[in-house]
Design a protein around this ligand. Structure first.
Ligand code: GDP
Ligand code: IMO
Ligand code: MG
Length: 429
């Protein structure tokens, strides 16, 4: 298989992990390159369910190497917890999980800062996952962050930690939020156990990837979040704090652009969003509730109900442009099984003008009214279907219409259920 990067084309939770798991069989190394434990990536294989926040979703496949790249912000306690859970399920990470020495750490004070910043926003909350992602990336950009590599020198680590802890304390208390009962020395003392377990995994992963690639190993880059949560291109300020688009795979893994042959855009066949911000095709009615219920649309990280709406081709077209998508992977088609009719947004009407172009300005997007076309539903269970051509006519037509609206990019797969087996290959690489 060619080297490929997998990205979400909407607001996250498109089913990226399911597709990663499906493609892992033909890859050697799976690399997370951005985000942190705000991600919730679900894989269901042979009836067993795994939810990953930091560990790449390829870890359940024996023999595959998984890398947490330099662009990820790592909550080491969460990472160790995931490793423990995997070991309990009989999956060993021994020699298979590497962590970049350049990745920044999410430390306990980042979570306190995240929550304090959200509470100070009053009615304008972002609706973050509370995992400390924004403050950790802020420290990185401010050049006050602490990297995994700093754990090798405890004196360096503890002096940086103490300075940041004290500065965070004053910010949090200024905003009237509660601070830790423990002082910085007690927290640091506890962190020694984390250091002891994490340091054996820490490597120059960019070099590792380069050498492995030279030996012909196949790379699979695992994106987190979705295109419209990108810090530059998303619905700012209702976004996450990293670049989520495919280009970030290069900086976040430490590879050059020619290391990536394909970009697979994961497309949920309707739309969901967790957290606040504009959502033109949102359904605040019984159809929205039905999608939530049938699609189990509750956040994998926070358990929050996901907002649901119709498929929005204006967004996905923009996503194709931003990511350079070469294959589309359509997911959750089975969730639409019971609908008489399915709407698809083809254009927006903004200030009286109909346009097929996504407005990059969030304020304009707030005013966008979706223009819909209506397609017939198929009204039967497709979750056992094994081949695209065997799907009911209206289901095939629905996917073909989505493709037409999305620059006719070939469909790599169509997914009709959460299990690995419920995946139909359509047009291979
Ligand atoms: P990710 O963050 O993009 O990896 O997606 P999540 O794991 O957060 O959310 C996707 C959810 O949909 C998970 O619970 C998956 O098990 C589930 N899922 C994935 N593909 C399908 C599908 O084709 N049909 C159904 N019914 N569920 C799916
Ligand atoms: P995966 O990888 C869906 C959303 C949050 C919030 C905004 C900012 O599972 O698709 P943050 O904690 O990142 O500062 O929150 O981003 N968000 C996600 N929504 N799926 C995700 O990840 C998300 N990660 C962050 O809900 O609106
Ligand atoms: Mg998710």
């Amino acid at each position: 298989m060619p080297n490929a990067v997998i990205v979400g084309t909407q607001w996250g939770d498109e089913g990226k992990a399911k597709v990663i798991d499906y493609l892992t069989e033909k890859s050697d190394i799976i690399i997370r390159f951005q985000g942190g434990s705000n991600a919730g990536h679900t894989v269901i294989a042979d009836g067993r369910k795994f939810v990953f926040h930091l560990v790449p979703s390829g870890i359940i496949s024996p023999g595959k190497i998984c890398i947490v790249g330099n662009g990820v912000v790592i909550d080491a306690q969460q990472l160790l917890h995931e490793i423990d859970e995997l070991e309990k399920s009989g999956i060993s990470i021994d020699g298979r999980l590497l962590v970049s020495d350049l990745a920044h750490l999410v430390l306990p004070y980042h979570k306190a800062l995240d929550n304090a910043s959200e509470s100070s926003r009053g009615g304008g909350k972002i609706g973050t996952t509370g995992r400390g992602i924004g403050p950790a990336y802020a420290d990185k950009v401010l050049r006050t962050g602490i990297r995994t590599g700093d754990l090798f020198d405890w004196e360096v680590f503890s002096s940086k930690f103490k300075a940041n802890f004290i500065s965070a304390k004053s910010q949090v208390e200024e905003q009237g939020n509660a601070w830790f009962d423990l002082d910085e020395d007690s927290i640091l003392d506890k962190y020694k156990a984390v250091r002891d377990r994490l340091t054996p995994l820490i490597k120059d992963t960019s070099h590792y990837i380069f050498e492995a690639s030279r030996q012909g190993k196949q790379l699979l880059f695992e994106g987190a979040q979705g295109t419209f949560l990108d810090i530059d291109h998303g619905t700012y300020p209702f976004v996450t704090s990293s670049n989520t688009v495919a280009g970030c795979a290069c900086t976040g893994a430490g590879v050059g652009p020619l290391s990536i042959d394909h970009c697979v855009g994961i497309v949920k066949t309707y739309t969901t969003r967790v957290g606040n911000g504009p959502f033109p095709t949102e359904l605040n009615d019984s159809t929205g509730e039905l999608l939530r219920k049938v699609g189990h649309e509750f956040g994998s990280t926070t358990g929050r109900p996901r907002r649901c709406g119709w498929f929005d081709s204006v967004m996905v077209r923009k996503s194709i442009q931003l990511n350079g998508i070469t294959r589309l992977a359509f997911t959750k088609l089975d969730v639409l099984n019971d609908l008489d009719e399915i709407k698809v947004c083809t254009h927006y009407e903004i200030d009286g003008q109909v346009t097929g172009q996504y407005p990059s300005c969030s304020q304009k997007l707030e005013r966008a009214e979706p223009v819909y076309e209506t397609l017939p539903g198929w009204k039967c269970d497709i979750s056992e279907c094994k081949e695209f051509e065997a799907l009911p006519k209206h289901a095939v037509n629905y996917i073909n219409r989505l493709r037409e609206l999305c620059y006719n990019i070939p469909a790599l797969i169509v997914s009709v259920g959460p299990d690995r087996s419920q995946t139909m290959g359509v047009e291979p690489f």
